[in-house]
Write a protein that binds this ligand. Sequence first.
Ligand SMILES: [Zn+2]
Length: 248
Amino acid sequence: MGSGAGHIFRLCVASLGDLFFPRFCLVCGAKLDIGVRHLCPSCADDIPLTYFWSWDGNPAEQRLAEAHVEQACSLFFYRRDGGYGKLIHRFKYEGDIRLGRRLAGMLAGKMAEACRAAERKPGTKARFADVDVVVPIPLHPLKKFRRGFNQSDVIARELASALGASFEPKLIRRRRFTRTQTRAADRRSNMAGAFVLNEKALRRLRSAGARHILLVDDVLTTGSTIAAAASVLPPDFRLAAATLACVE
Ligand SMILES: [Zn+2]
């Protein structure tokens, strides 16, 4: 089958799929055109981007300052009552890994572009440019078993490949089960001591000459989860963080 015929064939299959399972924009609910996924063009244009990737001292960095995280960024602002929170829900709780990869790919593109822009401007500090290792925040094994995947792994893989860094999911692990808690004070006390360092993975990183770690999670709220993970890493590593969403 030629590429033209193949394209028509794929369109027919997609339209048949849409006939039986019509797709709707996750944010506004409008019916999507054939071949369009997750967002209608208007909602895709209106994603509340943070621009943290090129903003020194941004709100994410302020939340993580005490954790010695030097640079931090998120793709978009997340409001609990706003439509864009549905993107995270769909990815995380409904297992739409394709959506997670798409959002992570967008963030990766923004971070890589910020690195290139800094390289072109003499005297500008290249944010994220020398990250050598990307580490997802681990889920407790029981939670991962129930969910079937760790959403942070999906994001971290995309970022590692875009930044030319290695993906290292075993550097830290969860120590105990932590219940989802929303109040800031509860989260802080709940997260302290939640992670332990894997010494074997650390030796492997050191022998590979790694110096700069990017910690990755799906949503940045108070910063307590990333801070707890950062607290078990040796102080001679530089730390950065990235999340898909940032709670305003
Ligand atoms: Zn829409």
